[in-house]
Write a protein of this length. Structure first.
Length: 251
């Protein structure tokens, strides 16, 4: 099963209309990202880049959206490029190589901001499961024409519902896609579960190549009154993949 949601790339300074999201000051992922920017940008906590990015972030928090910020290496204290995400209410930092930054069109003196899909997730409390960072097969050279496979280790905190699925989400080409691998045999103890998803580039006119951040968790998903209801059963892990360019076979 695949659900696809729209993504919007936002030009700096654009004001978005208010939605039904949270008050920014109470949003944990927003606060973590703002503190990271204050501590790690090259000009200190009161720099213009922090204030500009914070305004963009606050708009998306009010609209209940996921979002992504990129920093070129000349904008950070460490002189390394970074990609920051708020996804499903959690904060993530990915250190990039210079090559990855170029492929993501983040220039050394530039930054980027993308408004992603609406955060439809509901998190079960208390959590039913805790997962570790997934192991993705061929993570540094994903073949976008073949199924994406791997394993994830989990620690059970309670029994899982019958319709539990491993979910994988990623944003590319103007949309956010979520794929689901349903667990036919629910785990009864701590251990690993395997998963397999459709190829990254299945049904895509514009193929995904290069760095790709994916998010993985366990959830339930169903349609309620024409809307997608997703209940996340524990934490969400993010991982950076590399999708290889497709090679043509010479005849």
């Amino acid at each position: 099963m695949r659900f696809t949601f729209p993504l919007t790339t936002v030009a700096l300074g654009l004001v978005l209309s208010s939605g039904m999201g949270a008050e920014p000051a109470t949003d944990a992922a927003r606060n973590q990202m703002v503190e990271w920017m204050k501590a790690n940008n090259a000009w200190g906590p009161n720099s213009g880049v922090v204030n500009t990015m914070r305004n963009e972030i606050d708009n998306d928090v009010r609209d209940n959206r996921n979002y992504c910020v990129g920093f070129g290496n000349e904008l950070t204290r460490s002189k390394k490029p970074y990609l920051l995400y708020s996804f499903s209410g959690q904060f993530y930092v990915f250190e990039l190589t210079d090559t990855q930054a170029r492929e993501l069109e983040i220039s050394p003196r530039g930054n980027s901001y993308s408004t992603l899909s609406v955060n439809r997730d509901q998190r079960v409390a208390p959590s039913l499961v805790q997962i570790a960072k997934p192991s993705i097969d061929n993570a540094r050279g994903i073949d976008g024409t073949k199924p994406l496979t791997g394993k994830v280790s989990l620690k059970l905190l309670n029994s899982l519902p019958a319709n539990t699925a491993v979910r994988l989400c990623y944003s590319a080409g103007g949309s956010t896609s979520c794929l689901f691998h349903y667990l036919d045999n629910l785990p009864q103890k701590d251990g690993e579960v395997s998963f397999s998803f459709k190829p990254i580039n299945a049904e895509r006119e514009k193929k995904v190549v290069g760095p790709l951040v994916v998010f993985i968790d366990l959830c339930t998903v169903r349609q309620v009154n024409g809307q997608v209801e997703i209940k996340v059963l524990g934490n969400t892990q993010g991982i950076m993949l590399e999708v290889a360019r497709e090679t043509r076979v010479r005849r």
